[in-house]
Design a protein around this ligand. Sequence first.
Ligand SMILES: Cc1ncc(COP(=O)(O)O)c(C=O)c1O
Length: 394
Amino acid sequence: MFEKLTEQPKDKILALMQMYRDDPRPTKIDLGVGVYKNADGVTPIMRSVKTAEQKWWQKEDSKSYVAIAGDAGFNDVMVDLVLGDAVPRDSVASVATPGGTGAVRQAFELIRMADPKATVWISDPTWPNHVSILKYLGISMQTYRYFDSESGAVNFEGMKEDLDEASPGDVILLHGCCHNPTGANLTQPQWNEIIRIMQEKGLGAMIDLAYQGFGDGLDDDALATRLVAASLPETLIAASCSKNFGIYRERTGILIAVSQDASLRAMTQGTLGFLNRQNYSFPPDHGARLVTLVLKDDALRTDWQAELEEVRNGMLGLRSQLAAELQRYTNSDRFGFIAEHRGMFSRLGLTQEQVEKLRSDHAIYMVSDSRINIAGLNTDTVPILAKSIVDVLD
Ligand SMILES: Cc1ncc(COP(=O)(O)O)c(C=O)c1O
């Protein structure tokens, strides 16, 4: 049987990580992989998470299964974190999932179960895994224009024109904040306009929220998600705890389904549980426990928020520094968008050749579409990157 298998497409970012590891140059800089790193290049365990882990180690008295939807306490705190008081709780169904990816996958499966003909609309560009999971599941997809490489801003007119082509019942996948890979985000008035289009055209909403707290703050980053959930008949939200709690390998996420029609809640909850059971049965619990402990304990929560703020402000500082250095070198505002972007990523708008030159001549690694991980920088490497970018420009 195995001889019938065919080669699957390689994940570009994993291949880039390998090239970086194999590069012997001591000055190499990794701006490729999508994990947060501090100024020393370390992905730290957050203080509050470490403390929660110690507490849980003492408290945990069984490794038996929990519940098919995950621990109810986790679901509650996460629904609160994501939705605040935007929607009544009797309109919300949710399941814990292995990371944000698990939630994305389950959301797509739910869409396919509910309406096999629905098309999912994704931004061009988007997180590549959206594309590959949709393809793998055989779900029809379309792209809407999103990014203007010249200005580094959202191509809002293009986005609206394309969404106008969507049919009733289609689902629009939006990044709740900190768009990956571009870093360009809709403004509040633009979100309002998109919501109006979706209402008028009878479109479904799916929000991928993988970076809450990495952009403008915990509540600000959830504003658009809350607005969508409160305004549209149905919203699916795939949220990840990997980044904002720094628990990447614990695989912690949640899929939230909001319906204005509370009578649909039981059916939706049952379907989400069914999907968990079919795909991996009980979701992972360890990371979910840590998140619950942190969010339920005032002192731990305060410390977590403070550390998350440090992370967020650190990235904002690096953005301003890089934009200023590039302004100085180019004597233009060409790269001013870097300071406007939010989250861990910015797409620089460089050509593939320029990206390759940065790698070959300067040992600077970024994804071939010129997405950089801001957190891969520190105050010492920002000027090196700026100078190198200028070097590869025409
Ligand atoms: C847009 C987006 N969605 C979802 C995820 C899923 O993250 P994880 O499965 O690690 O929680 C990521 C991670 O890179 C992401 O960038």
